[in-house]
Design a binder for this molecule. Structure first.
Ligand code: AMP
Length: 212
């Protein structure tokens, strides 16, 4: 089973992918995490990528597609694509790539979130340096350690209110057309992301039970 998880920034793609990976034993590929790992390596490429990500812009399609292809060809497991495709060119490349590897997309799930929630969610978001967990804190009294493992929590450089608004604009301009690309594929489903993570997960699992 290969799943594309879509949604605006802050919709819960990362949180839900981590839960799905565990439940369905799939490989979770978060292109955002792949890019952040490259940045952390301190490479020249990482430095270029950091400038793009921190400004809230998209990394060029060509680079994203070749990075993704290297990961896809290294695994036989079913995959959850989290954060890819973000452009129609990436969606077309993903179809072609999967076809080459004799695979196909089983479902494209859009996690819907009202725009009024996006900035609120993004600015309260922290990530654990140790286990990668995504945590939402009270901005007035922010927690500093991960409730799961006690690791240090950090705020992503692109998670400020200003960057969140810009990322939403980029989402509208470049990523929403991907929804149109998949809408008539017979594999596209929307779920309500404005619920507790547990309820969103329940809805996701219910959708996936109907997928072959
Ligand atoms: P995410 O962790 O999915 O929120 O991604 C963080 C940032 O990484 C995005 O705002 C983009 O700058 C970059 N990024 C992640 N995935 C892609 C992609 N498929 N195409 C282009 N840029 C991406």
């Amino acid at each position: 089973m290969n799943i594309v998880l879509m949604g605006c920034p802050g919709a819960g793609k990362g949180t839900q992918s981590a839960k799905l990976q565990e439940e369905l034993k799939l490989k979770h590929i978060s292109t955002g995490d792949v890019l952040r790992t490259e940045i952390a390596s301190g490479s020249e490429l990482g430095k270029k990528i950091a400038g793009i990500i921190n400004a809230g812009n998209l990394v060029p399609d060509e680079l994203m597609i070749s990075m993704l292809e290297n990961i896809v060809k290294s695994t036989d497991a079913g995959i959850i694509f989290d954060g890819f495709p973000r452009t129609v060119a990436q969606a077309e490349a993903l179809n072609a790539m999967l076809k080459r590897f004799h695979r196909e997309i089983s479902a494209v799930i859009m996690i819907n979130l009202p725009e009024s929630e996006v900035v609120k969610r993004i600015t309260s978001r922290r990530q654990c340096k140790k286990c990668g967990a995504i945590v939402h804190v009270d901005p007035a009294a922010p927690a500093t350690v991960c409730p799961d493992c006690g690791g240090e929590l950090y705020t992503r450089a692109d998670d400020t209110a200003e960057r969140a608004k810009h990322r939403l604009e980029v989402y509208h301009h470049d990523t929403l057309p991907v929804k149109t690309f998949y809408q008539n594929s017979g594999k596209y489903v929307e779920i309500n992301g404005n619920q507790t993570p547990e309820k969103v997960f329940e809805d996701l699992v219910a959708v996936l039970k109907k997928v072959k």
